[in-house]
Design a protein around this ligand. Structure first.
Ligand code: DGD
Ligand code: CLA
Ligand code: PID
Ligand code: PID
Ligand code: PID
Ligand code: PID
Ligand code: PID
Length: 312
């Protein structure tokens, strides 16, 4: 297709730049300017809306392209192969073309709002400047091809299941865990801190398992889960906490999503996460909330998971 061909040209002009970026740099975990959690949440919300509007099949293919690209990483900077670099660009171009332009620009504008204007020049200073300029020039040509192939209407909204066992169980889980949710400091910057003692390549292994799980998920249920999160963001209070009803809808949507993939795929995520999240992290989280609320939430979760497993 045209986007695939354009991605090859983009690769010709941008792979030198890709090789110069230190993909393992811890800086990418930092807020790109002043830490403003509620503004950042707005930007994430625009990404969620864009994801929910995208063609689920193309999202799945983009996840698969990323998984493949992780498999061909080489060198200290963590760069993927030239072929996989092109394949990721092509897959993302197709995702972008599957949503109306305004959805893409809403992401751009909201991310701009939380990005310090000196960031681009600083990032450029870390690589060979002319290579960055060449890559940007090629991106501008690529985007014209994407725009030419872009839809004007979003994909259909998700069909949300109702009256299922997971929905019923989600109410019990949410009743048991909402007090715990209210104890959590959602506006803290602790969630942006690197995992103690873990390197980027180690953490990437766990992310890869999540990508694999995402690629196997039912596309309609993934869209429904994204829509539930968007709705939940719309009802947050000053502390960032969503309403009880929207929290319940998120739990139901995520339970159904988990049930749409094999158990071993979920356990691969859990086991790889457990390798990078040690008990200092979980104990620290626990120390900041009411212990009884956390234990009631945990009990609720371990009961819920049996219902999910039964529908898996
Ligand atoms: C936890 C898990 C939450 C940890 C929170 C930190 C996660 C950080 C993720 C880092 C993000 C990485 C990057 C993301 C994106 C970056 C973008 C660039 O507190 C365990 C041990 C292992 C814990 C770590 C693994 C958790 C993985 C969870 C999957 C998360 C995937 C998503 C990640 C983020 C991305 C989201 C999109 O399981 O867990 C606490 C448990 O720790 C406590 O141990 C458990 C035992 O495993 C269990 O066997 C049992 O003993 C239990 O239960 C205690 O404790 C007992 C009873 O048995 C129960 O019935 C009940 O009564 C209970 O007590 C009541 O207290
Ligand atoms: Mg979510 C999970 C935040 C958007 C899909 N997500 C998580 C949690 C964290 C979070 C609270 C990971 C850390 C953790 O396990 O803490 N997400 C979060 C934010 C946003 C967001 C702030 C922003 C809008 N997510 C989002 C979107 C999607 C997802 C758009 C796609 C539709 N998210 C998704 C999945 C999963 C998460 C599939 C998880 O599996 C993971 C999670 O919650 O695992 C348990 C602990 C969790 C919480 C504090 C909240 C849940 C409370 C449960 C139900 C009860 C508590 C149990 C116990 C005390 C602790 C967990 C024990 C453990 C062994 C599981
Ligand atoms: C400017 C000035 C003009 C010239 C110009 C110009 C530039 C405009 C630009 C630009 C626009 C632009 C847009 C970009 C957009 C990037 C969007 C990224 C979206 C990320 C998402 C992430 C996610 C997910 C995912 C799916 C999940 C949800 C999420 C589901 C259902 C200024 C040059 C024209 C770069 C969507 C993918 C996993 C949130 O206009 O004179 O330069 O760049 O998890 O969805 O699960
Ligand atoms: C524009 C203007 C509107 C019209 C429009 C428009 C277009 C927007 C577009 C577009 C946005 C867009 C985004 C693209 C992004 C491509 C990103 C590619 C990333 C590739 C990576 C590869 C890799 C890896 C990997 C992980 C490793 C690092 C690597 C570590 C730690 C402008 C059309 C709406 C194409 C990250 C995955 C293995 C490098 O908005 O008027 O057209 O395209 O190895 O990580 O090692
Ligand atoms: C233990 C001991 C026993 C008792 C026990 C026990 C506990 C086991 C546990 C547990 C397992 C477990 C699993 C959990 C899994 C969470 C998985 C999260 C996945 C997140 C993903 C994120 C993503 C996306 C997304 C889609 C995108 C890709 C991504 C596309 C196409 C220890 C109790 C049985 C919690 C997939 C969603 C946006 C990456 O066994 O005695 O306690 O928890 O962006 O894909 O867009
Ligand atoms: C298990 C054992 C296997 C069988 C199995 C199994 C099950 C795994 C499961 C499962 C995993 C799982 C995960 C669930 C996670 C739910 C997470 C809910 C999060 C809700 C949030 C709501 C909110 C917001 C929001 C953003 C705001 C904060 C809030 C800020 C900054 C165990 C079946 C495979 C259900 C985060 C979105 C508005 C609070 O593996 O043997 O069954 O379920 O307002 O952010 O303000
Ligand atoms: C213990 C012992 C067992 C019993 C037990 C137990 C307790 C475990 C616990 C606990 C785990 C736990 C985990 C918590 C996790 C919370 C995760 C929240 C994530 C929030 C995010 C927010 C954000 C943003 C956002 C984007 C911004 C950055 C942020 C930028 C660029 C010990 C009870 C099981 C509470 C990700 C979205 C706005 C950070 O296990 O016997 O008690 O709690 O602002 O992006 O700024």
């Amino acid at each position: 297709d045209e986007i695939g061909d354009a991605a090859k040209k983009l690769g010709d002009a941008s792979y030198s730049f890709a090789k110069e970026v230190d993909w393992n740099n811890g800086i990418f975990l930092q807020a790109p300017g002043k830490f403003q959690p509620l503004e950042a949440l707005k930007a994430i919300d625009k990404m969620i809306e864009m994801g929910a509007a995208a063609d689920p099949k193309l999202l799945k293919e983009a996840a698969e392209a990323h998984h493949k690209a992780i498999g061909s990483i080489s060198g200290p900077n963590g760069v993927t192969s030239r072929a996989d670099w092109d394949a990721v660009n092509a897959a993302l171009g197709r995702v972008v073309a599957s949503v109306p332009k305004a959805k893409v620009m809403a992401v751009y504008d909201s991310v701009k709002d939380i990005t310090d204007p000196t960031v681009p020049a600083y990032m450029k200073s870390l690589v060979n400047g002319p290579d960055a300029e060449k890559a940007y020039q090629a991106f501008l040509e690529f985007k014209d091809v994407v725009a030419k192939n872009q839809v004007t209407t979003r994909s259909a909204p998700a069909v949300v299941p109702s009256g299922d066992k997971i929905g019923v169980a989600a109410k019990a889980l949410s009743d048991a865990s909402y007090p715990f949710i209210k104890d959590i400091d959602w506006l803290s910057d602790i969630y942006l801190k690197p995992l103690p003692g873990k390197t980027a390549p180690e953490t990437l292994k766990a992310i890869d398992k999540m990508i694999v799980m995402g690629a196997k998920m039912d596309g309609n249920l993934l869209k429904a889960a994204a829509e539930a999160h968007h709705k939940a963001i719309g009802s947050i209070d000053a502390q960032g906490v969503t309403s009880a009803a929207d929290y319940e809808a998120v739990n139901a949507a995520l339970g159904r999503l988990v049930a749409s993939v094999p158990k071993s795929t979920v356990m691969d995520v859990y086991n790889s996460m457990a390798k990078v999240v040690d008990s200092t992290v979980t104990n620290n989280m626990f120390s900041k909330v009411n212990p009884l609320d956390a234990m009631a939430a945990a009990k609720g979760f371990y009961t819920f998971k049996d219902v999910v497993e039964a529908s898996q």
